[in-house]
Ligand binder design. Sequence first.
Ligand code: NAI
Length: 334
Amino acid sequence: MKQPVRIAVTGAAGNISYSLLFKIAAGEMLGTDQPVILQLVEIPQAMDKLRGVAMELEDCSFPLVHGITLHDNPFDGFKGIHYAMLVGARPRSKGMERADLLEANAAIFSEQGKALNDVANRDVKALVIGNPANTNCLILSRNAPDLDPSQFCAMTRLDHNRSLGILGNKLGVNPSDIDGVTVWGNHSPTMYPDLHNATALGESVIDQIDESWYKTEFTPRIQKRGAEIIEWRGLSSAASAAQAGLDHMRDWALGSEGKIVSMGIISDGSYGVAKGIYYSFPCICEFGSYQIVKDLEVNEYGQSMMKKTEQELLEEKAAVDHLLPADTAESREN
Ligand code: NAI
């Protein structure tokens, strides 16, 4: 039997976690031979609700769950963790400006970054799901100078999975028969779902679809899918977001079996994207780490779409720049 690994989940009493925790506990993330200890983190006001969720987990009698602990702060909750699923974030309230939202979340993710830096396992992998995910991830990483920026990711896997699902439906193929889809950039309506290198059952996708469907129906649908779900369900995506978080972490830890997956990662300047922002790239995962797939062709349309979403991320970064500690990697290079 393997040794248990420690997984922290923040926002553990919220909607996404209500799916995510039970899937992790059932072994869907790290395999049915990997015991887990769940370290659940919430804000003090939500601790009663969290206790109720923990009781339900207990009532499932999952054989892989070797412990559940509840915490109202990340310095306790992140002790010794190997994986962090950072779901909790401050939602936009009525009348709140974008800058206020970025600042409110900056406070949360600064503290969580410091906690990861101080108390997590040195090999920790952290996935930011709470929005604005890419910029929250930047803040997190910059507050954890002893950890490598590649240990942090922002989740764009839901956008990737949405692309596979909707495209599969259009072409009449199973989503698992599609490869080479990339969602570039920010997890926001500026993201660029790129099908130019995609194949379905080995055949080029772009040759099988109408350009106007791609540009005027598919692309905005993926970009605004979150709003479409809210319109119909009355609530934001939860089960699909949990599934995406699980897919992201599983592939990162165990490998993506040669398939391209979209991950919000620290830009190393590939494809001309500004260094130092968390931008979604095409990645292949193997042996517990990811590599950017570097040789994909991007046409002029793609380049302009990639620039637009990069620009938005640079603006978000500028809005929180005054709250960021110095970038040690940058200062080392200079
Ligand atoms: P929710 O509001 O149901 O749950 C959020 C939970 O986080 C609440 O229980 C709250 O008490 C907790 N929380 C807030 N601040 C916290 C902190 N500092 N530490 C620990 N817990 C804290 O929201 P839901 O539906 O679960 O969504 C969570 C986040 O995920 C939202 O920011 C949402 O926008 C984002 N999201 C991201 C997606 C992506 O693709 N990246 C997709 C869908 C949602």
